[in-house]
Design a protein around this ligand. Structure first.
Ligand SMILES: Cc1cc2nc3c(=O)[nH]c(=O)nc-3n(C[C@H](O)[C@H](O)[C@H](O)COP(=O)(O)O)c2cc1C
Length: 217
């Protein structure tokens, strides 16, 4: 009796185990291939946007304004006018002259709630040959100061032809998410405004390398 019961149950049990194993294998292969295609996509986006490489292999676009007589503006999107973001900008600029514009010193409401001081900030960017936008990392992304400022911009030619540099300053050593998020938005803004997005720095080493690019070395 027991032998017959075993015979009756053995075949379905083996089939069930084989089915479960096959299902798990299919799920694993599907997850692996989707994560591989995400990585390829991220690399492709970065690769198409940045042309040229420095000695360490970091990709940059070619700057259009490398002279010392150029007008340079640093837009600081940190709550701190003299914090880590502005000190990384200082590192990028070396001893060059530049004007710092601190979004924290202005009142710019959420879009749809009036312009506030938006135009006072915009006027200071006009005519710049080099624009550096620096943001602290808030929740793996740019700060709300910067996002709110960008939400107000209306497409025009005011900044056309300027070189754009980005500083993304966070406390973690890996800022891949923040870089990708900030880069994605600013790349779109740069294209719509005719700006030349040269590169991004997230730490002192990268800021120093980007400075040599800015100086045309
Ligand atoms: C609201 C908030 C969110 C933050 N989120 C992150 C984060 O997601 N990743 C990170 O590395 N640092 C994060 N930080 C740390 C800041 O990016 C970091 O301290 C930065 O250097 C501050 O720049 P600041 O001195 O110009 O303000 C966060 C800080 C604040 C205030």
């Amino acid at each position: 009796m027991a032998k017959n019961l075993w015979k009756t149950l053995a075949a379905p049990a083996v089939a069930l185990l084989l089915g479960l194993g096959l299902g798990a294998l299919i799920c694993y292969v599907a997850l692996e291939s989707s994560s591989a295609s995400d990585q390829t996509r991220a690399k492709t986006q970065e690769g198409t946007a940045m042309q040229g490489r420095d000695k360490t292999g970091q990709a940059y676009a070619k700057p259009q304004h490398t002279g010392t007589a150029t007008k340079k503006v640093f837009l600081n999107a940190s709550q701190n006018v003299d914090g880590n973001t502005s000190s990384l900008a200082k590192e990028l600029m070396g001893g060059q002259d530049y004007k710092q514009v601190d979004l924290a010193e202005y009142r710019i409401p959420q879009v749809g709630q009036g312009d506030g001081d938006f135009n006072r900030v915009w006027e200071q960017l006009k005519g710049a040959d080099v624009i550096v936008i620096g943001t602290p990392v808030y929740w793996s992304n740019m700060s709300g100061y910067l996002k709110t400022f960008i939400d107000h911009v209306v497409v025009n030619d005011d900044l056309k032809g300027a070189d754009l540099y980005l500083i993304v300053q966070g406390s973690d050593s890996d800022q891949t998410r923040a870089i990708n998020a900030t880069y994605g938005t600013l790349d779109r803004v740069a294209k719509r405004f005719g700006l030349n997005l040269v590169g991004i720095a997230q730490n002192r080493d990268q800021a120093q390398r980007l400075q040599t690019v800015m100086l045309g070395k």
